[in-house]
Design a protein around this ligand. Structure first.
Ligand code: AGP
Length: 613
């Protein structure tokens, strides 16, 4: 997970940056770098590899100064290498940038800047930002205004820090969209910037969180917060706890809330290092998927429990549709005792956030005994499910603390999409054009998730209306049928409201008998290939006096007319729509549970990792 640290003050910035980056190390990264202002110019040290490598570079060629920025990178565009590691410099070398996020339109911007004669020094999307800033600085515009003008060109969600040798008294930071944290730490005559609180916790407890659409002009004496339009705005200084676990919660009341909001970043990290946007290709090296294996696979069985199994159900639709390989989804506790049919041409794909779930591990053992090919998608690095597999995909979301899984649900959805594209590519069942389109769509995902999060206030209003219900039914169809299961699971596990997820077409075969004014029906009806069918479910529920809460695509006036409440999601390519449709449902469950005053992060009777049968 990319991390950012910045410092301005009387002390030497280098050790502060290195220590800060070290505190973020557990999130994972593949390269690291720092830039420090020394005697009027910027000194950069950066390389692929771990922080020890960066520390060695600094030891060989020391760099000292009172202002600097640093970064740990998980590659999204361009391989992990010294030239692609952050910080990046523009053409003049006067400005450096460190960045978290994906510049969705970087190819366009690179062409535009290239036509102006800019020569790019890296393969990253990030470099276009600093080249834009350089462009405006060379027109005689100051750093803050140059940054603001540059940010207007960017599509996507971003956390950014910029430092310029021409204005050594400041660092400019910005949070654009819901790209995850940018936090400013206030000290005595010194100021810190970080993507995450642990990076600066040893120096200060006084912090300012940037909201989406805000910039910070950071100096030794503190910070000025502005909108992206240039208006100075008041800000709140938060006092965070010393306890690192509590501090990690930052501005959020609960870990679940934080983890829901981390999804822009976790989805960026999920893609990191796996996608070559220029070639339109996916790379999943740890899966050990060769062309020979891809062509010989006759069946994939996805096995998992709970939320992970719901992700697997979406994976079935994706792998069948994109790669044309038959897929079964089997709950791990069933698979392990059913004497399943598995041979050397069967891949069993286990999905597990913890990688330690007893039933899932037992299903993997069963596969091993039967001679199948064993893959896993796992969040916890080094866990059993990762170690015993023939190949794996790591979720790259960072630790998930809340018992109710959120970011560890959306990450595997994207992993499964990438797996389907890779499998299809190796089996030769995708045209070049189609593959490029599917890959290009991946760049949209983080920002689309951010748009869902921007609508939280509306979700909270719906939560208020529903907080006292006793039962709730969730209906979905096609690729969003598992979204109904997952939405219902989220509600039941943290709010203790009885909730059922159902394939919408099954409603008339029984559950329709339950519908009345006391049984809200949550209908997941984005503009996907099943939209028309879902719409008729809304009509059927309304005809029986049901209260309908629809998850619908922005601009859908028809649904707005029929549903009692609407949770809006942005238009999303349908194969990625389960990522966006689930986010309002995660927020809905969270707010209902919080309104009921419940222990959201540790609901009764549940454990984060179910290591017993
Ligand atoms: C998710 O909200 C649940 N707490 C639970 O269903 C969980 O997904 C399940 O126990 C599987 O866990 P795993 O991903 O660690 O294997």
């Amino acid at each position: 997970m990319c991390g950012i640290v910045g410092y301005i003050g009387p002390r030497d910035a280098t050790p502060i940056i290195l220590n800060g980056l070290k505190r973020l190390e557990y999130r994972g990264y593949d390269s690291a770098g720092l830039a420090v202002l020394t005697n009027g110019h910027l000194e950069i040290r950066r390389d692929a590899g771990k922080l020890d490598r960066l520390a060695a570079l600094v030891a060989e060629d020391p760099v000292e100064g009172h202002v600097g920025i640093g970064h740990t990178r998980w590659a999204t565009h361009g391989e992990p290498s010294a030239r692609n590691a952050h910080p990046h410099q523009g053409a003049t070398g006067a400005v450096v940038i460190a960045h978290n996020g994906i510049v969705e339109n970087y190819l366009e911007l690179r062409d535009e800047l290239g036509a102006e004669g800019v020569e790019f020094k890296s393969d990253t999307d990030t470099e276009v930002i600093v080249q834009l800033v350089d462009r405006y600085l060379s027109l005689g515009i100051g750093l803050v205004e140059a940054a603001r003008k540059s940010f207007r060109h960017l599509k996507g969600a971003h956390g950014i820090v910029l430092l310029s040798a021409t204005e050594p008294d400041k660092i400019v930071a910005a949070r654009i969209g819901n790209a995850g944290g940018v936090v400013v730490g206030l000290g005595e005559g010194e100021t810190f910037i970080a993507s995450d609180i642990p990076a600066i916790l040893e120096h200060t407890r006084q912090v300012v969180f940037l909201e989406s659409g805000q910039m910070a002009v950071v100096g030794r004496q503190g910070v000025e917060v502005q909108t992206l339009e240039g208006k100075t705005i008041p800000f709140e200084v938060h006092n965070v706890a010393w306890d690192p676990v509590a501090a990690e919660k930052g501005e959020y009341r609960h870990f679940m809330d934080k983890e829901i909001h981390e999804q822009v970043r976790s989805l960026t990290d999920t893609i990191a290092g796996r996608v070559d946007f220029e070639a339109g290709r996916v790379r999943l090296p740890q899966l050990n998927l060769t062309r020979d294996l891809a062509c010989r696979i006759q069946k994939v069985i996805i096995t998992a429990c709970g939320t992970a199994a719901h992700a697997g159900m979406v994976g079935k639709v994706l792998i069948e549709r994109i790669a044309r390989v038959p897929v079964e989804v089997d709950i791990a506790s069933e698979f392990r005792y059913r004497d399943p049919i598995v041979d050397e041409n069967t891949v069993v794909l286990a999905i597990s956030q913890s990688g330690e779930t007893a039933d899932t591990l037992a299903a993997m053992e069963e596969t091993r005994l039967k001679g199948g090919v064993l893959w896993s998608i796992v969040n916890a690095i080094g866990s059993q499910a990762m170690r015993i597999a023939d190949g794996y995909i790591s979720m790259q979301t960072g630790p998930e603390i809340g018992v109710a899984s959120t970011k560890a649900y959306t990450a595997p959805l994207v992993d499964l999409y990438m797996l389907a594209v890779l499998l299809a590519d190796l089996r030769g069942v995708l045209s070049d054009k189609e593959r490029r389109r599917l890959v290009a769509d991946l760049a949209l995902v983080p920002d689309l998730a951010g748009h869902c999060l921007d609508r939280e206030a509306e979700v909270e209003r719906v939560a208020f209306a529903l907080k006292d219900v006793k039962h709730c039914i969730y209906l979905g169809r096609g690729i969003n049928m598992p979204t109904a299961y997952e939405g219902a699971l989220k509600l039941k596990e943290i709010s203790y409201i009885h909730a059922e997820g159902y394939p919408a077409g099954e409603m008339k075969h029984g559950p329709i008998a339950l519908i009345d004014r006391d049984m809200p029906v949550v209908v997941i009806a984005p503009r996907d290939p099943w939209y028309e069918k879902m719409f008729s479910q809304i009509e059927q529920a309304k005809a029986r006096g049901g209260i309908v809460v629809a998850v619908a695509t922005e601009g859908d006036e028809t649904i707005a007319k029929f549903a009692d409440q609407v949770l809006w999601v942005p238009p999303t390519p349908w194969m990625l729509s389960p990522v966006t449709t689930v986010i309002p449902l995660q927020m809905l469950a969270y707010h209902i549970a919080a309104l009921r005053g419940l222990d959201v992060d540790q609901p009764r009777n549940l454990a984060k990792s179910v290591t017993v049968e």
